[in-house]
Design a protein. Structure first.
Lengths: 111, 114
């Protein structure tokens, strides 16, 4: 079993839709959870960062972590064409610099 | 502010040749990371440095791969000899020394080995 599993999609939604992106993981030592956004032919950029369980909101983006289920989610409200990108989840254990990434979900928001 | 700068952006070379990828981290950042991204395996950490010292190279696939950081503003990833299966996008990232700081990625080097 891979440490981090992420549905690669692709996911195509109309503008204004609510988007839900998810990852599951197997390593119970993971404590830090991140979502990166990667535009075509660009490097990943950090979008959201959460520690342990709970929710975090930043504008149209909400990150959720459920450690009991080993499941994390990213919600995008009122999606825009500019949100079209690949979204990568990433996580690390406490005290570790090593990020383990999901393979990414490609999202297209159609105007 | 200049971000992480990688060169070249694209490299096409023949199998068996030596390949050198270069990275200039963000000024003042203490950590530098090298990643490889492929469709099959996603984004994988190869090696990372702290204050120019290699800390963990467990992700380096084989002895054909080597990385150096001679000073705080420059790092190289070398593949010798290169093989077609090394074809991938290689990213460099850096982060500052503050706890839990984000990693900032360059735009990568797209490497094709023929």
């Amino acid at each position: 079993q891979k440490e981090v599993e992420q549905d690669p999609g692709p996911l195509s939604v109309p503008e204004g839709a609510i988007v839900s992106l998810n990852c599951t993981y197997s390593n119970s030592a993971f404590q830090y959870f991140m979502w990166y956004r990667q535009y075509s032919r660009k490097g990943p950029e950090l979008l959201m960062y959460t520690y342990s369980s709970g929710n975090k909101e930043d504008g149209r983006f909400t990150a959720q972590v459920d450690k009991s289920s080993k499941y994390i989610s990213l919600f995008i409200r009122d999606s825009q064409p500019s949100d079209s990108a690949t979204y990568l989840c990433a996580m690390s254990a406490g005290g570790s610099e090593k990020l383990v990434f999901g393979k990414g979900t490609k999202l297209t928001v159609n105007p | 502010d200049a971000g992480v700068i990688q060169s070249p952006r694209h490299e096409v070379t023949e199998m068996g040749q030596e390949v050198t990828l270069r990275c200039k981290p963000i000024s003042g950042h203490d950590y530098l990371f090298w990643y490889r991204q492929t469709m099959m395996r996603g984004l994988e950490l190869l090696i990372y440095f702290n204050n120019n010292v290699p800390i963990d190279d467990s992700g380096m696939p084989e002895d054909r791969f080597s990385a150096k950081m001679p000073n705080a503003s420059f790092s190289t990833l070398k593949i010798q000899p290169s093989e077609p299966r090394d074809s991938a996008v290689y990213f460099c990232a850096s982060r500052g020394g503050q706890a839990l700081g984000p990693q900032h990625f360059g735009d990568g080097t797209r490497l094709s080995i023929l």
